[in-house]
Write a protein that binds this ligand. Structure first.
Ligand code: ADP
Length: 502
């Protein structure tokens, strides 16, 4: 064990995470007194007995959020005042970098070095970016007849329910809560049952930063309990969700069966790299493809989980990807040299290994990996895996596996560009995709024809808060990130004022 990893093991041993919900400015047990065991996927050991919130807790949190919204303690502050508080919140997130990173790593099994360099700093930066944006947002005056003044102003929606998954708990919380809070809403956040701990700590930091009681509430619990109660609550104005398409559809149903609350969804993906023979540099393509599917153990909604390669470059590309896969050896998330941690829990690991069996039964070849690793640790490690010879009709070509698993398909000159595009679009998803070519005309044509919210040309996973992120088709509705996301937490109000004679 290196000295650097000893430090993290020692800190993990001393850790005693806060396990309670945060409602109306205070930590509290669930009304039922129930808790659930939160274990770490690194070795299966217990991290905390976490409050299991349900309908009654959701009701308490929504009432607190509504009270806060109505009396204006946050919604009534000037944008500049909200900005100052959110700046302090970002600072506190950065000051608590190591504790947040450790919690995130233990909760979901991601490498602590990724949590330190990506998850926590990104979370802080999102709050700061929306805080900076909010006092530069103007209303409009409509070009009406001169006897009227018609203004178009933006108002916060009210109570926003945010339901997030476990793959990037801090980042996705920030994608939702930062624009929602900056615009003056109150938020009730339900983190995933697999990853409640960093959100519970965030709640205290938000309060220390000066967010008034009731404005940011965190309710750990399960989907069908707390999640559904939030989705069905008659006094929640907006649900913002990231997770599976299946559960995203449930939130649309909950809204339809309750109060027609606004719903924005960011759901699954099956992103494809379309690789033409004139791709600039196959080594770079291979390295980028490997990073795009093995980072975060492939548990990323826009993970590049398919390659659609021209047959003339396919085999060479697979060989090069295999070489890069070897640099993602599964290892202890607390070792700072680890690049591939665990899957989030046993059921996710079994699901991924189930797809390996399925690929074999469907007639694909498991060219790289395909097995569980380090079972003696009690952790849920799966090696980087590449399926070749994948046909478009196979389930591994169409379904989201959510693990370090890549499916390689191919196309030939017979079908050409049109065939490549058709294959890229041949899933229910439409989150992201990439095209690799030096032909600028082809790059434009293919990126235009790909039915997805993001297309990368000769790169993958270029990412920044300045651009919207979200999906076409069953990858969702609405967009996170960028100035566009702010509108998802606002209502537009038109006010007509007569200023001249009839
Ligand atoms: P994943 O497949 O990434 O685990 P899910 O869609 O199952 O994604 O979960 C994402 C979030 O949705 C989590 O916070 C989870 O608790 C919540 N959730 C899961 N099932 C339901 C449900 N039936 N109703 C409401 N929320 C749910």
């Amino acid at each position: 064990m290196t000295q650097a990893s000893t430090k993290w093991h020692d800190r993990a041993g001393e850790l005693s995470p806060e396990p309670r919900a945060f409602i109306d400015g205070a930590y509290t047990e669930a009304v039922s007194g129930k808790t659930f065991e939160k274990t770490t996927p690194r070795d299966g050991s217990l991290l905390a007995n976490v409050a299991e919130c349900d309908r009654e807790d959701v009701d308490l949190a929504v009432r607190a959020a509504r009270r806060a919204f109505e009396d204006g303690r946050w919604s009534g502050k000037s944008p500049a005042q909200r900005k100052a508080v959110l700046f302090r919140f970002s600072d506190l997130i950065e000051e608590n970098l190591e504790e947040l990173a450790l919690l995130e790593s233990l909760d979901v099994g991601k490498p602590v070095s990724d949590a330190l360099s990506v998850d926590v700093p990104s979370c802080a930066s999102y709050f700061r970016w929306y805080a900076e944006a909010i006092d530069k947002r103007y209303g409009e005056v409509a070009p009406t007849a001169p006897e009227f003044l018609a203004t178009i102003t933006r108002e916060p929606m009210g109570v926003v329910g945010a339901v997030v998954p476990w793959n990037y708990p801090l980042i996705l919380t920030a994608w939702k809560a930062a624009p929602a809070l900056a615009t003056g809403n109150s938020v009730v956040l339900k983190p995933a049952e697999q990853s409640p701990l960093s959100a519970i700590l965030l709640a205290r930091l938000a309060s220390e930063a000066g967010l008034p009681d009731g404005v940011f509430n965190v309710l750990p619990g399960f989907g069908p309990g707390a999640g559904a109660a939030l989705g069905r609550h008659p006094d929640v104005d907006k649900i913002t969700f990231t997770g599976s398409s299946e559960v995203g559809k449930l939130f649309l149903k909950y809204a339809g069966e309750s109060n027609m609350k606004h719903v924005s969804l960011e759901c699954g993906g099956k992103s494809a790299h379309v690789v033409f023979p004139d791709a600039p540099d196959l080594d770079e393509v291979a390295e980028t493809v490997a990073g795009g599917i093995f980072y975060n153990a492939g548990q990323t909604c826009h993970a590049g989980s398919r390659v659609i390669a021209h047959r003339s470059v396919r085999d060479e590309l697979i060989e090069k990807i295999a070489a890069h896969a070897a640099t993602y050896a599964p290892g202890d998330p607390l070792d700072p040299d680890t690049t591939l941690g665990t899957l989030v829990d046993r059921s996710q690991m079994e699901r991924v290994l189930g797809y390996v069996d399925l690929a074999r039964r469907e007639g694909a070849e498991v060219t790289v990996g395909g097995g569980r690793k380090l079972p003696e640790t009690g952790g849920f490690y799966v090696e980087p895996t590449v399926f070749s010879g994948v046909g478009e009709e196979m389930r591994v070509a169409r379904e989201e596996i959510f693990g370090p698993v890549l499916s390689v398909l191919d196309f030939t000159d017979a079908g050409g560009e049109a065939e490549a595009v058709r294959l890229a679009n041949a899933t229910a998803y439409g989150l992201a995709g990439a095209v690799w070519t030096q032909d600028v005309g082809r790059a434009h044509r293919v990126s235009g024809a790909m039915r997805s919210g993001t297309v990368w040309v000769n790169c993958f996973d270029a990412s920044d808060v300045t651009v919207p992120f979200g999906g076409f088709k069953e990858s969702g509705t609405g967009r996170d990130k960028s100035l566009h996301a702010i509108g998802q937490y606002e209502q537009l109000k038109t006010t007509w004022i007569r200023i001249g004679d009839r």
